[in-house]
Design a protein around this ligand. Structure first.
Ligand code: UVW
Length: 319
């Protein structure tokens, strides 16, 4: 008999919500926790002045890791020396030549911030906005307010793959906040209230190592899995931003309920926690394992896409 999958709204009917906490017009959710004091707490975590960028390459000739059904970014030259060689380039006084290109991509098709209204259930987005506000472009809780504000705070990296002695977690492999706390203890770092939480699974690197068909076969990502206690922990810790090296920041299908991506609703839509997906965390993780410094300043600002459901970003970590 086929398993009955409950609606995510039903699954989460007792889960905490931050709707209204920052007023009826709020569109940045838990980023409100990142006050000036939190920026300074992030700055205080800088010990060495070394930097890391967290975006995966965009328009990589091998393709980009994207959620099934989305196309990888495509960059197309529209002007280069070839045009000038055959007399088709624009003639500027002084002989200036230049190159132009365009890119066609899903806004969730690279390392990216999801808008808080990117997902919803039962007709309501973040803060209770009506799902009809997504029609024709997001007029509420789009990525623009996140981009206008920017994200700066103390970041902490938890390396779940390393914790489990693996290069990469297995398809569908899950972990909870209890595992995060155990890994943090082993790493010798404390996850503090209002930290930007970065979780490494090793999954995105597997995309570049595997054949594309193999990567997408029976697609189930590893990741955080729903429990009521996990949602309460994120709520109590007032986590502003969850960053992972997977395409969707959580296990694709919750193995208990069978629901797809319930943490998108529980954490992003209900609590207003911003999601940064498809992050490139391996060099940072290697470095943290080497010097034992797992906390740092995290700085990011997605592109200012008007009415966008998400936008690419290249976050910077400063240790
Ligand atoms: C979906 O929207 C399905 O996933 P993501 O948050 O990864 O874009």
């Amino acid at each position: 008999m086929e398993k009955q999958v409950p609606g995510v709204g039903t699954l989460l009917n007792k889960a905490p919500k931050n709707w209204g906490r920052w007023g009826p017009e709020d569109e940045v959710g838990s980023l409100n926790f990142l006050t000036s004091a939190e920026v300074l707490r992030g700055v205080a975590a800088v010990k060495q002045g070394r930097t890391f960028t967290l975006q995966v390459q965009m328009g990589n000739p091998k393709g980009d890791p994207v959620w099934p059904g989305r196309d990888p970014a495509k960059r197309i030259n529209v002007l280069d020396e070839g045009h000038f060689l055959c007399g088709k380039g624009p003639a500027f006084p002084g002989g200036l030549h230049y190159a132009d290109d365009v890119m066609f991509m899903y806004l969730q098709g690279s390392t990216q911030y999801d808008a808080l209204g990117h997902v919803w259930c039962d007709g309501k987005l973040w803060n209770g906005y009506d799902a009809n506000t997504t029609i024709g472009g997001m007029s509420k809780a789009s990525v623009l307010p996140l981009a206008e504000r920017g994200i700066v705070g103390r970041g902490v990296l938890i390396d779940m793959a390393r914790h489990r002695g693996k290069t990469s977690l297995d398809p569908g492999e899950t972990f909870t906040h209890e595992d995060l706390l155990a890994a943090a203890k082993k790493q010798g770092v404390t996850i503090e209230k209002h930290d930007v939480l970065l979780l490494r699974t090793g999954w995105i690197s597997a995309f570049y190592e595997k054949d594309r068909a193999e990567f997408y076969k029976n697609f189930v990502e590893p990741g955080l899995t729903y429990t009521p206690e996990l949602v309460d922990w994120f709520h109590e810790m007032e986590i502003p931003n969850l960053v992972t090296d997977t395409i969707a920041n959580e296990v694709t299908i919750d193995p208990v309920s069978g629901a797809a991506l319930p943490l998108h609703i529980a954490l992003m839509s209900n609590l207003g926690i911003t999601f940064t997906e498809i992050a490139h965390l391996d060099p940072l993780a290697e470095d943290c394992a080497r010097d034992g410094q797992w906390s740092f300043l995290y700085v990011a600002a997605p592109l200012k896409v008007v009415n966008g459901s998400g936008a690419p970003v290249n976050p910077v970590v400063i240790k």
